[in-house]
Ligand binder design. Structure first.
Ligand SMILES: Cc1ncc(COP(=O)(O)O)c(C=O)c1O
Length: 405
C-alpha cells in the first residue's frame, strides 16, 4: 500500500474544500465528495508533520527569526530544478497571489493591460480588476484535446500589454511548457521590453517523464526581466499557510519589492510557516518524488478511463500537479437538456450546468469550467490529489450519471 492511498479526514475542520455550504454553492449537493479546491487530501510530508508536532510540544509561538530562509530556498531550487540561484536574488512572499499582486503594482500602472493566458485561474482576473488593470485575455490554442501556445496570437496580445502573467505549469489544464516555448515567451517580452511574472506554484509537481523549467532558469541566455514565483504550498500540501518565494532577474525590482513589503510590514514569514517551509525544503525531496509518481499514475488512470469509456468526455493535458480540465463537449448538450427539464433540482448560487449536474447526479463536486472564463462552460476542473480508489470511484459515478442521460 502506498503512503498516498491513505487520506486525512478533513470533514469538520476549517477546510474550504470540505465545507458543505461551499460545496453546495457550486454543486447543489452539499454531501457531494469534493474534487474542486486545489489542495490534496494526503497526509502531510513526514518531516513537516514531525516539525509541527515538535512545535506543538514546545508550545510557544513567539516571534521567529529565519536567517537561513533564503539559503534553504536556494538549495531547494538547485536540488529540485537544477537551478543555481544566488540567495540574494530570492525574497519571501506571503503567498503566491500576494507576490503576483505586488508585481502588478510595481511593474505596471493603472489602466495597463496584462497578458494572462486563458483558461485562467480566476484570481488572476480578479487581481487585474482589483488593481485597476485590464486583463488581456490570451486564449491558449486548443487542438485534439490539448492546449498549446499559439505563437502568432501571443505576440499580438503581448504587443497590447505591459506585463505577461504566466502560469507554468498551467492551471487548470496541467500543461507543461517546453524550453522552446518558454524562450519564445521570454524573447517576445524582451523585444517588447515588458516583464514576465511567472506563477509556478504547481512547478514542483510535474509528473515523471516531464520537466518543469523555471522561467528564471529559461531566461539565463535571454535576459528578459522576470519574477519567478514558487511555493511549498502545493508541493507539500501546506497551501493554507500562504507562503511563497520570489526569484528576481533584476536587482532593482527586488529592491522595490522588498521596500513595498517592508512598508506593509510583511517581509518575514510567520513562525509556523517559516518552520514548516524550511523543514520541507530541507528534507522533503524524496517524498515529493513519490508524490509526483502517484499523481502521474492517477492522471494516467483518468486519461485511460475516458479513452476506454465513450462518454463524450476527454481529459486535457494533465502532465503536472493534481488538477486537470475535463472536456465535456461531447455530452454537454444532453446534460444541459436534462438540467433545463427540471431546473429546480439543479439550482445553486454559483457554478454552472456541468458542476451542478455532476454534484447532484454523481455526488462529485468539481469547479465548473466557466470559473476559468465564460467560454469554458463545457469543461470542468477535476482535482485528483487524493487516493486512487477515491478517484476511481468518482470516475465510476461520473460514468453512471452520463449513462443515465
Ligand atoms: C496557479 C495558482 N496560483 C496561486 C494559487 C494560490 O496561491 P496562494 O494561496 O499562495 O496565494 C493557486 C491555488 O490554487 C494556484 O493554483
Amino acid at each position: 500500500m502506498s503512503f498516498f492511498d491513505e487520506t486525512a479526514d478533513r470533514r469538520g475542520t476549517n477546510s474550504e474544500k470540505w465545507n458543505k455550504k461551499a460545496i453546495a454553492s457550486i454543486a447543489v449537493n452539499g454531501e457531494a465528495e469534493p474534487f474542486w479546491v486545489a489542495d490534496m487530501d494526503f497526509k502531510p510530508e513526514p518531516h513537516i508533520k514531525a516539525k509541527a508536532e515538535e512545535l506543538a510540544t514546545l508550545g510557544v509561538f513567539g516571534y521567529p527569526s529565519f536567517p537561513t530562509f533564503r539559503e534553504i530556498a536556494a538549495s531547494w531550487l538547485e536540488k529540485k530544478h537544477n537551478w543555481i540561484v544566488d540567495k540574494e536574488n530570492i525574497l519571501y512572499s506571503m503567498g503566491l497571489l500576494h507576490g503576483v499582486s505586488m508585481c502588478i503594482n510595481l511593474l505596471t500602472n493603472k489602466g495597463d493591460r496584462i497578458l494572462v493566458p486563458s483558461p485562467t485561474y480566476r484570481p488572476f482576473r480578479l487581481l487585474c480588476s482589483l488593481n485597476d488593470r485590464v486583463m488581456e485575455d490570451y486564449e491558449l490554442g486548443y487542438k485534439d484535446g490539448s492546449y498549446f501556445l499559439d505563437r502568432e496570437r501571443f505576440i499580438e496580445s503581448a504587443k497590447r500589454s505591459k506585463m505577461i502573467l504566466f502560469c507554468s505549469p498551467h492551471n487548470p489544464s496541467g500543461l507543461v511548457f517546453s524550453r522552446d516555448e518558454l524562450e519564445f515567451v521570454l524573447t517576445t517580452a524582451k523585444n517588447l521590453n515588458i516583464p514576465v511574472v511567472s506563477d509556478e506554484i504547481h512547478g514542483d509537481l510535474v509528473h515523471p517523464g516531464y520537466t518543469h523549467i523555471p522561467m528564471g532558469k529559461a531566461n539565463e541566455n535571454i535576459g528578459a526581466e522576470t519574477v519567478t514565483l514558487m511555493a511549498p504550498s502545493k508541493t507539500f500540501n501546506v497551501a493554507g499557510e500562504h507562503s511563497a518565494i520570489a526569484i528576481f532577474s533584476s536587482g532593482s525590482t527586488l529592491k522595490r519589492f522588498k521596500h513595498a513589503q517592508d512598508a506593509l510590514w510583511v517581509s518575514e514569514p510567520g513562525y509556523l510557516i517559516g518552520e514548516l517551509t524550511e523543514a520541507a525544503y530541507k528534507d522533503g525531496l524524496e517524498w515529493n518524488k513519490d508524490l509526483c509518481k502517484y499523481l502521474g499514475e492517477n492522471a494516467e488512470l483518468i486519461n485511460s478511463f475516458f479513452a476506454e469509456n465513450d462518454l463524450g468526455i476527454k481529459m486535457v493535458n494533465g502532465k503536472a500537479s493534481f488538477v486537470t480540465f475535463l472536456d465535456c463537449t461531447g455530452v454537454y448538450d444532453k446534460i444541459k437538456k436534462r438540467v433545463e427539464e427540471t431546473p429546480e433540482k439543479y439550482e445553486s448560487t454559483s457554478g454552472g450546468v456541468l458542476s451542478r449536474f455532476f454534484g447532484v447526479e454523481a455526488s462529485v463536486a468539481m469547479n465548473d469550467g466557466s470559473w476559468f472564463g465564460d467560454q469554458y462552460y463545457k469543461f470542468v476542473r477535476f482535482n485528483y490529489g487524493t487516493s486512487r480508489d477515491k478517484v476511481y470511484n468518482a470516475l465510476l459515478r461520473i460514468k453512471k450519471a452520463v449513462e443515465s442521460l
